[in-house]
Ligand binder design. Structure first.
Ligand SMILES: [Zn+2]
Length: 138
Protein backbone atom coordinates (compact mmCIF):
# COMPACT_ATOMS: atom_id res chain seq x y z
CA UNK A 1 0.00 0.00 0.00
CA UNK A 2 1.27 3.33 -0.97
CA UNK A 3 2.21 5.79 1.73
CA UNK A 4 1.04 9.31 1.29
CA UNK A 5 2.17 12.37 3.11
CA UNK A 6 1.25 15.98 2.96
CA UNK A 7 3.32 17.91 0.48
CA UNK A 8 4.08 14.94 -1.73
CA UNK A 9 3.51 15.12 -5.42
CA UNK A 10 1.37 12.69 -7.25
CA UNK A 11 -0.32 12.40 -10.57
CA UNK A 12 -4.04 12.67 -10.46
CA UNK A 13 -6.76 13.60 -12.88
CA UNK A 14 -7.62 17.26 -12.61
CA UNK A 15 -11.20 18.25 -13.24
CA UNK A 16 -10.23 21.68 -14.43
CA UNK A 17 -7.30 20.67 -16.61
CA UNK A 18 -9.29 17.66 -17.86
CA UNK A 19 -6.19 15.54 -17.76
CA UNK A 20 -3.78 13.82 -15.46
CA UNK A 21 -1.61 16.46 -13.89
CA UNK A 22 0.90 16.76 -11.14
CA UNK A 23 -0.77 17.48 -7.84
CA UNK A 24 0.49 18.20 -4.40
CA UNK A 25 -1.14 16.62 -1.42
CA UNK A 26 -2.50 19.26 0.91
CA UNK A 27 -4.33 17.17 3.49
CA UNK A 28 -4.63 13.53 4.35
CA UNK A 29 -7.49 11.62 5.86
CA UNK A 30 -6.78 8.18 7.28
CA UNK A 31 -3.56 8.03 5.34
CA UNK A 32 -5.33 8.76 2.08
CA UNK A 33 -4.90 12.03 0.25
CA UNK A 34 -7.86 14.25 0.85
CA UNK A 35 -7.32 17.63 -0.72
CA UNK A 36 -4.94 18.08 -3.61
CA UNK A 37 -3.76 21.14 -5.36
CA UNK A 38 -3.13 20.98 -9.05
CA UNK A 39 0.30 22.28 -9.88
CA UNK A 40 -0.92 23.31 -13.30
CA UNK A 41 -4.04 25.30 -12.55
CA UNK A 42 -3.63 25.67 -8.80
CA UNK A 43 -7.14 24.45 -8.21
CA UNK A 44 -7.80 22.50 -5.04
CA UNK A 45 -9.96 19.46 -5.23
CA UNK A 46 -10.59 16.14 -3.60
CA UNK A 47 -8.35 13.23 -4.37
CA UNK A 48 -10.05 10.51 -6.33
CA UNK A 49 -8.09 7.25 -6.02
CA UNK A 50 -9.51 5.96 -9.28
CA UNK A 51 -11.34 7.43 -12.10
CA UNK A 52 -14.95 7.11 -11.17
CA UNK A 53 -16.51 4.60 -13.47
CA UNK A 54 -19.02 6.27 -15.66
CA UNK A 55 -22.43 5.16 -14.55
CA UNK A 56 -24.16 3.04 -17.14
CA UNK A 57 -26.06 5.37 -19.30
CA UNK A 58 -29.69 4.50 -19.04
CA UNK A 59 -31.61 5.93 -21.86
CA UNK A 60 -35.06 6.74 -20.67
CA UNK A 61 -36.71 5.67 -23.87
CA UNK A 62 -34.93 2.34 -23.78
CA UNK A 63 -35.63 1.74 -20.14
CA UNK A 64 -37.97 -1.10 -19.66
CA UNK A 65 -41.32 -0.25 -18.30
CA UNK A 66 -41.73 -1.51 -14.77
CA UNK A 67 -43.70 -4.72 -14.65
CA UNK A 68 -47.32 -4.02 -14.32
CA UNK A 69 -48.56 -5.08 -10.93
CA UNK A 70 -51.07 -7.82 -11.25
CA UNK A 71 -54.39 -6.26 -10.68
CA UNK A 72 -55.43 -7.47 -7.29
CA UNK A 73 -58.71 -9.20 -7.10
CA UNK A 74 -61.33 -6.84 -5.87
CA UNK A 75 -62.83 -7.73 -2.51
CA UNK A 76 -66.11 -8.62 -4.10
CA UNK A 77 -64.38 -10.83 -6.65
CA UNK A 78 -62.42 -12.46 -3.87
CA UNK A 79 -65.55 -13.02 -1.87
CA UNK A 80 -67.19 -14.47 -4.92
CA UNK A 81 -64.33 -16.88 -5.37
CA UNK A 82 -64.46 -17.84 -1.72
CA UNK A 83 -68.14 -18.47 -1.93
CA UNK A 84 -67.69 -20.45 -5.10
CA UNK A 85 -65.01 -22.53 -3.48
CA UNK A 86 -67.14 -23.24 -0.44
CA UNK A 87 -70.15 -23.84 -2.60
CA UNK A 88 -68.16 -26.05 -4.93
CA UNK A 89 -67.27 -28.25 -2.00
CA UNK A 90 -70.85 -28.69 -0.94
CA UNK A 91 -72.55 -28.44 -4.29
CA UNK A 92 -74.22 -31.52 -5.63
CA UNK A 93 -74.26 -32.27 -9.32
CA UNK A 94 -77.59 -31.44 -10.81
CA UNK A 95 -79.94 -34.25 -11.46
CA UNK A 96 -83.60 -33.81 -12.25
CA UNK A 97 -84.30 -36.58 -9.80
CA UNK A 98 -82.78 -34.78 -6.87
CA UNK A 99 -85.05 -33.11 -4.43
CA UNK A 100 -83.53 -29.70 -3.94
CA UNK A 101 -83.81 -27.77 -0.74
CA UNK A 102 -83.72 -24.02 -0.57
CA UNK A 103 -80.22 -22.75 -0.06
CA UNK A 104 -78.63 -25.85 -1.52
CA UNK A 105 -75.80 -25.48 -3.97
CA UNK A 106 -76.15 -27.03 -7.34
CA UNK A 107 -73.49 -27.88 -9.85
CA UNK A 108 -75.26 -27.73 -13.15
CA UNK A 109 -73.63 -29.10 -16.28
CA UNK A 110 -74.79 -26.16 -18.40
CA UNK A 111 -75.28 -23.30 -15.97
CA UNK A 112 -72.46 -23.98 -13.57
CA UNK A 113 -72.69 -23.35 -9.90
CA UNK A 114 -75.99 -22.11 -8.60
CA UNK A 115 -77.92 -21.76 -5.44
CA UNK A 116 -81.45 -22.87 -4.95
CA UNK A 117 -83.50 -19.80 -4.13
CA UNK A 118 -86.97 -21.20 -3.94
CA UNK A 119 -88.62 -24.51 -4.26
CA UNK A 120 -92.21 -24.68 -5.32
CA UNK A 121 -93.57 -28.12 -5.89
CA UNK A 122 -91.48 -29.68 -8.59
CA UNK A 123 -89.96 -26.38 -9.64
CA UNK A 124 -86.87 -24.85 -8.16
CA UNK A 125 -85.57 -21.39 -8.83
CA UNK A 126 -81.82 -21.52 -8.96
CA UNK A 127 -79.62 -18.48 -9.13
CA UNK A 128 -76.73 -19.18 -11.45
CA UNK A 129 -73.99 -16.90 -12.56
CA UNK A 130 -75.94 -16.24 -15.70
CA UNK A 131 -79.15 -15.47 -13.84
CA UNK A 132 -82.11 -17.09 -12.27
CA UNK A 133 -83.25 -20.34 -13.82
CA UNK A 134 -86.25 -22.40 -13.04
CA UNK A 135 -85.62 -26.08 -13.12
CA UNK A 136 -88.30 -28.68 -13.03
CA UNK A 137 -87.84 -31.89 -11.18
CA UNK A 138 -88.62 -35.01 -13.06
ZN1 LIG B 1 -5.52 21.45 -12.87
Amino acid sequence: MRTYYAGMDLDAPCGRCKLETRHRVLTLTNGQPDNLICTQCQSVHKFRPERPAAPPRVRAERAEAPPKPRSPASPSRFQELMIQEQAGAQARPYSPATRWEEGAWMDHASFGLGRVQKRLGRKVDVLFRGGLKTLVRA
